[in-house]
Design a protein around this ligand. Sequence first.
Ligand code: NAD
Ligand code: SER
Length: 316
Amino acid sequence: MTKEKILVIGASGQIGVELTQALRKMYGNANVVASDLREENELLKGTGPYVSLDVMNKEMLHVQVIRQNITQIYLLAAILSATGEKNPGLAWHLNMQGLLNVLDIAREEKLQKVYWPSSIAVFGPTSPKQNCPQQTIIEPITVYGISKYAGEFWCNYFNRRFGVDVRSLRYPGLISYKSAPGGGTTDYAIEIFHEALENKKYKCFLKEDTYLPMMYMPDAIRATIELMEAPANKISIRTSYNISAISFSPNEIATEIKKHIPGFKISYSPDYRQAIADSWPQSIDDSTASADWGWKPEYDLQKTTKDMLLNLKNAG
Ligand code: NAD
Ligand code: SER
């Protein structure tokens, strides 16, 4: 069996930090190389190799893959939905070219596997709002969603045409406490915990009844690893899998937080992110992921809220 050596690109980000930690536990610290454009995250310092890397520089990326004997790449570098609307050209360029650079190198170097996340942002106003299926009408309205949908088809193409074993999940909004979120529409569901603990109040940029699909980070990390560990013959979807855990509104998460912080108050001041949220489904049907490789979430809203508050209190 080939000894795996993994490169995580975008390792200092919200998902990258926790995914790198989980992969290092599984494969050994020395076998997981963290990389990012920005500096190494404090939580990763001293736990394994780190290289400064721009995914847009294909030559340097290729050199690192060869020099480090990389067998798998997890590509997490991207510009998310809200930040993407401020600079659509840059979001398209990074999200597309970064992926194409990785897929090309994976093909040339015959890498074992590639992981690249898509998002619920591929769906648009014409997709079903409830239990949005794996295969449905997909007409995204954000540049981020367009880039994710195009990226899904590049993954599918590289798999079918060149045999690259690239796998993908359409993550919902991810809630976590270790590393700050990078500019998504679902970031309110993280900010609310910090503000509740620090100031006992939060001004939400989405309306109180805006339901969105969400997931706690431990579930997202486990889903990623379960997908990547599954035998190739179990992977029927080579674009990207729907996965789901929770669906709630700002009003519902605020009510849950109030059970722990009775004086907590939420107010609402919707901005440009409301239109993005309104274009996405409220809940997702993940039955294909369950049937193919056994996906099942563990964290509901109650468990997520309790764990977030506990960990943020301990950290503060
Ligand atoms: P993030 O913004 O927190 O992290 C991205 C990281 O990529 C950052 O550390 C950034 O410095 C790095 N990066 C940016 N440009 C780079 C470049 N040119 N070269 C190398 N690194 C670069 O994002 P995240 O939330 O961790 O998201 C990771 C992936 O998961 C993205 O593809 C995102 O679209 C996807 N995703 C995230 C969520 C979520 O809720 N966080 C939901 C759905 C999908
Ligand atoms: N959480 C992400 C965002 O809001 C969804 O991809 O952009």
